[in-house]
Design a protein. Structure first.
Length: 340
């Protein structure tokens, strides 16, 4: 008999660390996939870890043969900055890997006769506003507006949102056996800031990079303009949102993709907060015009009303509390442990 489990891909990444700890505490049996072995503390939280790529169909066959998966958190991805340097690899991981996993989930659902809930973290990178004037007028961008991404990562994420909707609503619609067995739920994240892991190559990582550098006493050259403003969220709220969306009654959900955000300070406001918390912080401004152009194509704010109304999204951390109660104390403690 196969065992019912939750599958987490990309388990060793920034989101995976917090999500696995949360799911393990709830008693949920976990199986993970990552291209590298998990750190020992995470590995102890799972019943089985598979080391390999989600683009490997043989690996997915092994999971299918051994476990009954009824919930998937698909976190594996190449992030935005790296994807611009390796667009073909980004497509292989972000799109082909997602397609393989959707097929895997469909087969799981067919096997055990009920839909597999498939939770997919998307990104603010799916948006592409054409110029500063348009961006200034776009007070709170809705899910169906300005979907013209300017990065490979954004293109990948938007296309996979469409794939998920197809697999959950229209799968093989012209065939007799075409019954969808996937309940696809997508959450569009803003820039995420974690106190527990170091940034991993996101275009919005200027915020966590500032903090981690200041805590370590390292000079930080910020690659954006001081007036740069995009939506942000801290990792505990991101984890809570994923779990909330996964648990929401299907009947309450009217769409497959939901915006989320918690606060949207300027880069200068972030630098000021960092300087107050770490008086010795040394932050300079060295503009990377290409990365700035990408950030300027993203909205300064999104409309997350559907997420709040339909499944209770309500971030616990505003900008001040994010710094005072989560980021500063944890990053300071982390830096002290590393220095000792």
């Amino acid at each position: 008999m196969r065992s019912p489990v939750t599958l987490v891909t990309g388990a060793g990444g920034e989101i995976g660390h917090g999500l696995i700890a949360h799911l393990h505490a709830s008693g949920r049996p976990l199986v993970t996939i990552d291209i590298a072995p998990l750190p020992p503390a995470l590995a102890r939280c799972v019943v089985r870890e598979f080391t390999g790529s989600i683009t490997d169909p043989v690996l997915l066959e092994r999971v299918l043969a051994q476990f009954e998966v009824d919930l998937v958190f698909h976190l594996a991805a190449l992030l935005s900055t790296r994807s611009e340097f390796t667009p073909v690899s980004a497509h292989q991981v972000n799109v082909d890997g997602t397609l393989h996993l959707l097929e895997f989930a469909q087969r799981q659902g067919e096997s055990h006769g009920r839909p597999v809930v498939f939770v997919y973290p998307s990104s603010i990178a799916v948006y592409g506003l054409p110029d500063a004037a348009t961006r200034a007028r776009a007070a709170g961008v809705r899910e169906d507006e300005w979907n013209a991404p300017q990065t490979m990562y954004g293109c990948n994420k938007l296309y996979c949102e469409h794939l998920g909707r197809y697999y959950s609503r229209h799968y093989k619609q012209l065939t007799a056996e075409g019954t969808p067995r996937i309940d696809f739920r997508c959450l569009r994240f803003p820039g995420l800031i974690s106190a527990e892991t170091t940034p991993a190559g996101g275009t919005s990582d200027y915020a966590p990079e500032m903090l981690h550098a200041a805590a370590s006493g390292v000079l930080y050259a910020c690659f954006v303009r001081p007036d740069t403003c995009i939506p942000l969220m801290v990792m505990p709220d991101a984890i809570a949102a994923l779990v909330q969306l996964a648990a929401a009654p299907r009947r309450a959900l009217t769409t497959t993709a939901y915006n989320t955000m918690a606060f949207n300070p300027t880069a200068q406001e972030i630098a000021d907060a960092v300087a107050r918390a770490f008086p010795g912080a040394s932050i300079s401004w060295v503009l990377d015009a290409k990365r700035q152009r990408i950030l300027d194509s993203w909205p300064a704010a999104v409309d997350d009303t559907p997420a709040r109304r339909e499944w209770g999204f309500s971030p616990a951390y505003d900008f001040a509390r994010a710094f005072d109660a989560y980021l500063v104390p944890r990053i300071r403690a982390r830096a002290q442990r590393a220095a000792s």
